[in-house]
Design a protein around this ligand. Sequence first.
Ligand code: KIV
Ligand code: ZN
Length: 380
Amino acid sequence: MNQVHIFDTTLRDGEQSPGVRLNMDQKLQIGRALVDLGVNIIEAGFPISSPGDFESVHTLATELKGVTICGLTRAVTKDIECAAEALKPAERRRIHTGLGVSENHLVNKLRMTEDQALEKGVAAVKLARQFTDDVEYFMEDSGRAKKEYLYRVVEAVISAGATVINVPDTTGYTTPDEYQQLFADLISNVPNSDKAVFSCHCHNDLGMATANTLGGVIGGARQVEVTVNGIGERAGNTSLEEVVMALHIREDKFGLETSIDTKKLLAISKMVSELTGMLVQRNKAVVGANAYAHSSGIHQDGVLKERSTYEIIDPSLVGAEKSEIILTARSGRHGLKHRLSELGFSFPAERFEELYTYFLEMADTRTEVGDGDLYELVKK
Ligand code: KIV
Ligand code: ZN
């Protein structure tokens, strides 16, 4: 129970990002990197959605070993049969089925009563169980649903054979304390809750996806559904690297482990960004270009004396080379001296002071003083 399973949905929910389209080779490349990274489950696609998606799921199921391959379905017979077919070659296969649970979805989208939707969900799980003993049930829009109804759905689908219960905050509506309480309540109020693993699936509409996911884990979830770089519908899904590093760095708080090789996080982030064309913002947590860069004099002085003064993550833990000292108009003497000495220069105190004055003048005219600028500077 101290393991959190990493369910990666970069190739399904992530690929649903507007503007993203991956071809088969690119999916395979990402799939292999995900296996190498150590994820437990790869959601490879939504097989009924198009012949191309069927082919992708089938190919990933054939090629990738040592991981569970999952296919998404609606709670519809033809979807489930199609997913079962696509997943056939997998070493381990999971069917992910379900439907909406909030009043909004029941009334406006599904046009069903609670009981009708419940019945349909139960039938879907029973059918999926004919193809695999690993069936995950998603309750779309759980974040806005009535808890009493969720208790009924969870109990019924577990009795029908669901082994994983996905509690998606589909619209990114909940807050971390609410999402945590939702898991705690589900686990304590559903009599057969011990027969399934509970899973977090969050969207980032209010920028709380990572916090909500961690809240869910504190509430008892032991699977997290994430994407590399947090790509996904609208504002995206929970970011894999953020959750993994939060669990790792704050092991003292969570007391939980994942099977992820954190040293490969930066490489897969770059690969997914290049293949999807989704740029990673510079200040993105864990994998952004600025995540281990220091530009203010006070911070540079601290980091150069002892890295941990301003860094809680050792960059080598995520596969980054080292912390970076960026020279700008906010940098101090310590930062300048450090970079000059890395370039092989050392100056007597008086000359250094002179160069520092030139440096500040130069730095005020540009965003960053690079090595080329420093070579010019020392000639003055
Ligand atoms: O956000 C969501 O509810 C989903 C489900 C289909 C799992 O992506
Ligand atoms: Zn989603």
